[in-house]
Structure formats: C-alpha cells, structure tokens
Design a protein around this ligand. Sequence first.
Ligand SMILES: Cc1cc2nc3c(=O)[nH]c(=O)nc-3n(C[C@H](O)[C@H](O)[C@H](O)COP(=O)(O)OP(=O)(O)OC[C@H]3O[C@@H](n4cnc5c(N)ncnc54)[C@H](O)[C@@H]3O)c2cc1C
Length: 600
Amino acid sequence: MLDKAPDGKVSDLLNALDKALSAGEVEHAVDLFQVDCYWRDLVTFTWNIKTMEGRDQVRDMLKVRLADTKPSNWKIAEGEDASEADGVTESWIQFETEVARGFGHIRLKDGRIWTLLTTMSELKGHEEPVGFDRQMGAKHGAERNRKTWKEEREAEAAELGYSRQPYCVIIGGGQGGIALGARLRQLNVPTIIIEKNERPGDSWRKRYKSLCLHDPVWYDHLPYLPFPRNWPVFSPKDKIGDWLEMYTKVMELNYWGSTECIKASYDEKSQEWTVVVERDGKEVVLKPKQLVLATGMSAKANMPKFEGMDIFKGDQHHSSHHPGPDKYKNKQAVVIGSNNSAHDICAALWEAGADVTMVQRSTTHIVKSDSLMELGLASLYSEQAVQAGMTTAKADLIFASLPYKILHEFQIPVYNAIRERDADFYKRLEKAGFLLDYGDDDSGLFMKYLRRGSGYYIDVGASELIANGSIKLKSGVDVKKLTEHSVILSDGTELPADLVVYATGYGSMNGWAADLISREVANKVGKVWGLGSDTTKDPGPWEGEQRNMWKPTQQEALWFHGGNLHQSRHYSQFLSLQLKARMEGIPTPVYGLQEVHHPG
Ligand SMILES: Cc1cc2nc3c(=O)[nH]c(=O)nc-3n(C[C@H](O)[C@H](O)[C@H](O)COP(=O)(O)OP(=O)(O)OC[C@H]3O[C@@H](n4cnc5c(N)ncnc54)[C@H](O)[C@@H]3O)c2cc1C
C-alpha cells in the first residue's frame, strides 16, 4: 500500500531510537538525527521547556537526562499514519518515560530526524479522571450525615486558605489563571486564584467598549470545554468575559474575586511562600509551596511621561483605562500609538463622532484580518481545518513542533503572499503617510508577537479610515509636550485636544515580580517574554524559547503563566504537570535552566 512506505520509515527510525535510548547508547541515538536537527521538549526529558538545536545539544541533553528519563515504547501514535510530502516524512508519535506518558511529532529528512517534539501527556499514577476513570458524582447507598456535592464545595471554599493551605496560589484570574486553575483542579492540586477584580472575565469587561477578540474562535478554546459550534468567530469582549465567569464556576475553581495580592516572599528554608492578600478588606496570609504570576502580559501599562501632562486640562489615560467613545462626540481626540489598541480606539472614537488624530511614532505592521485568517491560520485554526479533521490539540502540537529558530522561515512566505494579495491596500495606507513594516526580517505578525508582544494591528476596519483620511494621521513624529488644551509634536505641529489616549503598550511581566515580591527577585528572574532574536525590542542572545514563560525560573517555586488564549490553553498543560509532579514528590531535575541576560 502506498501510504505504508512512510509508516515503515518512521517505525524503523523509532525502533532504532528506542533501541539506542534503552541501551544508553547516546552516540547511536545522536546519529539518528540530522546535523541541523531540532528537538523540542515540553517537560518529558528536561522538566523544562527547551529546544535542543543541533546534534551537540541533543547529545549534551541525553548525556545528562537519559538515565533518569528511561524512555521506552516509541511508536507511531495509535490510530495515526505517517505521511510524506516534499521530501519530509512526518508522523504523530507516542512514547513513555519512567514517570509519564508522552505524545509528540516527528519529521524525517533523508531517513534522519529533522524535528522532534516530545510533550508530556500525563503522569503515570496521576492521570486525570476521564473516560473509565470518571468520578461517579452520586454516592449510591445509604449513609448518615452524608454531604452533598454543594456542601462539599462550600466546605472546601470555607477551609482552603484558612484552616488548610493551598499547594499553589495563582495571582491573576484572567484567562491565564483560569485555564491553569482548571487543569490543576483536574490534577487534584489544591489551588486558589487571587483576582483583584470582582468577577472572572472582568479583565476583558473593563477594556474599551468596542473590543472584540482579534483571534478567531478556533484559536481561542479553553481547556476541556470548547466554545459551542455556534459561537461567533470573533468574540466580543463582554461575551468572552461571561464565558470565563461560567467556566470558572463549572470547572469548580477556588476563585477569590475582589482580592488583591499585596506582597509575597519566599522562605528558602521552609520552601514556602508567604502571600499576603486583601480579601474583601481583610488581610489573609496564604502559605503555598508554589506561586504563579498570571498577572497579564498586557496589563502592566507603559505610561509615557511627557512634559505638560500635569497641566493638560482635558481627559488623558492609558489605553487600558479608556472607557470608550461615548462622551467624546464632537470632541478632539489625540491617540498616541499605532498598534492594535490605538487603531481600535481611533475607529470607535470616529464612529462616535469625535475628531481623531493618530500619532504614529514608529513603523507598524498591519495585516488585514481576513488575509491573516485565510493565509496565516486557516490550515490549523479555521472551519475548513475542523471539517478536514484537524483538532485543537493537534493544531497546537503542530504549531509547537515548528522550532522557534526557523519559525520565521515558515512565516516569511505567508507574509509575502499577504503583501502581494493586499498590495493596493498597503499602497493606499502609505499614501496616507502611514509607516509600514513587516517585521525586521519580513516574518510578520506572529513572530512580532513572540519576540516582543507588540508592533502590529490586525485590521478590522480602522486602516480604511486612515487611508481615506477620516482618522487623521501624524506619522514619524514624537510628542514634544502637552499644553493645557493641546499636544505639541516634535515637528512643531499643535493638535488641539480634549482627550489624549496613550496607547503605548505594556511592560515586561517581571515588573509584577518587582511590585509584589522584590526588585531583587525581579532582576534574578529577568525579562519575561521574547526569544532573544536580536530584532527590535527582543535583544539577543538567542534563548531558544520564550523567556520565563510556563517553565522553571531562577527563583525557585516562582512561575509565569499567560499569553494569548491559544498559549494559555496549550502551555497550562505543561505548567500544571510540572506543579503536580512537584506536589507528588516526583523528582523534577531541571535541565538547562535559562540564564538571565536581561535583568530589567
Ligand atoms: C486590546 C487588547 C486586545 C487583545 N486581543 C486579544 C485576542 O484577540 N486574543 C487573545 O488571546 N489575546 C488578546 N489580547 C491579549 C490579552 O491581554 C491576553 O490574551 C489576555 O488578557 C491575557 O490573559 P491573562 O490572564 O494572561 O492576563 P489578564 O487578562 O491581563 O489578567 C491578569 C489579571 O491579573 C489581575 N491582577 C494583577 N495584579 C494583581 C494583584 N496584585 N492581585 C490580584 N489580581 C491581580 C488583574 O486584575 C487581571 O485580571 C489582547 C490584549 C489587549 C490589551
């Protein structure tokens, strides 16, 4: 049979790998890899999130980790077949280690491994209670003073954090904290989520009125509970807020709303955190073993300091505090910035009848939403992908299997095609004075997101308003100062203003560690996010993975979680397994703990 040939190739390779690894023959194993190979490991071998690039790094890792890991049973994943195209043979694979079951993906070139992805699916003996292991729910039989599910939940809510300490505390109950909390609940890791807003979903509700998700529904599912099939493609912010609130309830999360974390410190001796929170006005001290900061990478507002801000008589605020356009009809608005928030806010103000000027200080990458959906995402996250049998889990893993080091090479052709398709659109924007870029190496939006988390707008209509002059534009200038009633730009232009919105982005998440723990710990863990690509706002050296996200940091028992909905869903699996293993006392020797190159 034609399609058996690729199966045979992958099986032969996996058998050889199994044999070499079982025999501890590192050199034989290394020999099965291409010279320019990539092995991305999500927790199975390294207890880390790490990509080994090239044979030397594969060899180094195996020398340290093979004996402990004891991998076995490598095979093509059950129910799957290998496939072949353009000289690359690829397949889903499964394997085991001493303590876990793993799932992964392999690509072969010329009979050797080009890319290998190994991910932890579950810890042996600590599987989630699904399928045949589903909980009964009801307790059949008769028993005096038995507690109902509701009474048990109420008792847990009353005890946890007071008479009984959680193993883990998550600061921040946005989608990141909630997704991780759901996974930890399934793994039976006692956890409290601390959120200063009143209700789950409020971090979306409180954003500007016109906001809808920029990513489509197929990319946005939460763990365990996908959106229904009639859910809109782009979720309005209040609708996603309601979904998160419902999710928090039905996933039985211990969610402390209206609770602010004031400070946290780690005692190296007792290996325990002291986390001081204020719950409904009362101080509560928590003593978890693990602390996760899920405080948002788009939450620590970068507020610029311009001369004259103190004397400006109109309204002024960071985009994260923009209430929406309603009270600015017939008013003059100046929006500083040219990324997503700036565009959305400008468009909403224009719709409400304000006179709007956008101040573009540096180049911006623009991609039309429909082009991004069709050319950038459709093969993995779209209705067509679903109809063709693509699942969310597989899409996430295919994405994860593309090594960061060469990801831009896969992205450049996509954005070249988009540039060609939308050439007229880009021309008209440039004619209006808009300064475009496509990323430092033309690799477009997703690389910008991974490298710096900013620098782009997914166009859902505002670009047309800029092209046709409805939204006025001042580009290539900076703000010199504010007066009582205007903004003065570096070229001398004076923009009369009743409102100034600073759509100036967000700071690194280790700023949260400085606020809540100490500057010393913040510096010790260093910058959060970015790949070290040596491109704008992502200084080198090359890190190979996103700094500090979802993996051990230089501060023991401190973790960072977050990202977009896709990342929150996908990486919460690996963070939850790292936490569960620690709770169960399973040894978790971390291989290749990241060095800190950027403390600030
Ligand atoms: C305008 C805009 C549009 C976006 N569009 C998308 C999109 O389409 N798709 C997407 O996936 N992402 C989008 N994002 C990114 C979005 O911010 C993140 O995806 C998402 O909000 C991150 O979730 P999170 O849980 O990590 O952080 P957040 O939602 O920011 O949640 C962090 C939470 O921590 C809480 N917190 C902080 N400090 C404390 C403390 N000391 N004590 C208690 N609680 C605290 C905050 O109140 C907040 O609720 C967008 C972001 C912005 C700003």
